[in-house]
Design a protein. Structure first.
Length: 171
């Protein structure tokens, strides 16, 4: 890959570029996310800023190549006492022009390492069952599928299943 690559935690100053990349992801890959482009584009920038504030319930990272945000991922923490041992990998996206260059692997590794440091023992995720490249990436990172929810989301009347996966990171 050409240029300097960096993965870092996102903050308030990243709101405009994060929002732009998120909207692109939702528009180009509607079947990959439960959020929709139509709903998200109507939300004010203040909602994006709220999401990027350092919070107890999650973190977001951006992948940058030569200063341009080219990917993103999040880790949501469970608040309920019985679920605090696990986190949820969310919002994973790498711009197609950077696909296959290791950014996805680096983003997932960042989430897993942070989960481990945070004392979590399990990371879960859902992925559209027809997204074979993403499933292969998660499997490469050690995630194991444990079921598929049929008709999990519908995009323009088309049904998509979501495969549930987990990674045990017990010490």
């Amino acid at each position: 890959m050409h240029g300097q690559t960096q993965i870092r935690t996102l903050g308030l100053a990243d709101a405009p570029v994060y929002r732009s990349l998120r909207l692109r992801a939702l528009r180009e890959h509607a079947d990959a996310f439960t959020s929709s482009f139509e709903e998200e584009k109507m939300r004010p920038v203040a909602d994006t800023e709220k999401r990027l504030r350092v919070a107890e319930d999650g973190k977001l990272w951006g992948a940058y190549v030569s200063g341009e945000m080219t990917g993103m991922v999040g880790l949501s923490f469970e608040k309920r006492i019985k679920n605090r041992h696990k986190g949820l990998l969310v919002g994973m996206y790498v711009a197609p022009e950077y696909s296959g260059k290791g950014l996805g692997l680096s983003l997932v590794d960042t989430v897993v390492q942070d989960a481990r440091v945070s004392g979590l023992e399990l990371v879960t995720l859902t992925v559209t069952d027809s997204n074979h490249a993403a499933i292969a990436l998660y499997q490469k990172c050690g995630f194991i599928a444990f079921g598929t929810e049929p008709d999990a989301i519908r995009v323009n009347g088309v049904s998509f299943g979501k495969t549930h996966m987990y990674l045990s990171i017990k010490k």
